[in-house]
Design a protein around this ligand. Structure first.
Ligand SMILES: Nc1ncnc2c1ncn2[C@@H]1O[C@H](COP(=O)(O)OP(=O)(O)OP(=O)(O)O)[C@@H](O)[C@H]1O
Length: 241
């Protein structure tokens, strides 16, 4: 098992404190990382991935900052904004180049294309892909190293209802394989059906970390009420880890 932990994590951008003294640990299974726009979710995930330097505190994977992992792609797979693909490259070429640069075996390319349902589009240029197809390609890239930890920022963006159902299945499969999956979202219903645990952020602080059962009454209405309570600023902070 690979530990993911955040302790005393703070990030200031000039006068803006994006993340303030955040702390949590993430267990295997699917953890929903929730919060309204601007809550600090992406900044926290980017600090875990070594893309943003913390002002204070630590964001560790397997006990180390991302930059000190010896084979990071084999430990953690990431999906951030599904941009940055070269539009003239095919999906297969994009993944083949990513695999080569990361020292990963070429046979993984076909496997991950299958896993994300893009095998039939492997030879199409990415420039012609829909947002949902780009999300799938981004997920394929995250899975290339067969990592025990996945950090997925809004993976449901651009997916249609069938795509969302597929994503839920993929997340459950990854959890059943014993992986630790962190998935950020501001779509509550999306999360309620998929996650084992939730972390709720608001205005840069962690308002709750625990199981879905601890957070709310069963059903989407219960979750929505709990979310609004935690993010309205009317209630005292509440965190269980
Ligand atoms: N590079 C940056 N420079 C200045 N401010 C930033 C930067 N990145 C994020 N912020 C600010 O930090 C705060 C948290 O942003 P962040 O993107 O982490 O939130 P989020 O929870 O991911 O929101 P969303 O759901 O809208 O993506 C916001 O006020 C944002 O404007």
């Amino acid at each position: 098992m690979v530990d993911v932990s955040v302790t005393g994590l703070t990030k200031r951008f000039g006068a803006v404190t994006a993340v303030r003294d955040a702390g949590f640990t993430v267990a295997p299974g699917v953890t929903g990382f929730l919060g309204p726009n601007g809550a600090g979710k992406t900044t926290t995930l980017r600090m875990l991935l070594g893309l943003v330097r913390p002002t204070a505190g630590a964001a560790l994977i397997d006990g180390r900052p991302y930059a000190r992992l010896s084979e990071p792609r084999r430990v953690v797979g990431a999906l951030l904004e599904a941009t940055g693909f070269h539009p003239g490259r095919t999906a297969r070429d994009h993944l083949a180049i990513t695999a080569r640069l990361a020292g990963l075996p070429a046979y993984r390319v076909g496997q991950v294309l299958d896993e994300v349902g893009l095998a039939g589009d492997a030879r199409r240029r990415v420039g012609g892909f829909s947002l949902g197809m780009r999300q799938r390609l981004g997920l394929a890239g995250a899975l290339l190293g067969d990592p025990p930890v996945l950090i997925l920022d809004e993976p449901g963006n651009g997916l249609d209802p069938a795509g969302m159902a597929w994503l839920r299945g993929l997340l459950r499969d990854l959890a059943a394989q014993g992986r630790t999956v962190i998935v950020s979202s501001h779509v509550l219903s999306e999360v309620a059906q998929t996650v084992d645990r939730v972390i709720v952020m608001h205005e840069g602080t962690v308002r709750f970390a625990g199981t879905l059962d601890e957070l709310a009454e069963p059903g989407p209405a219960g979750l929505e009420a709990a979310f609004l309570r935690l993010t309205s600023g009317l209630q005292p902070e509440r965190s269980r880890s």
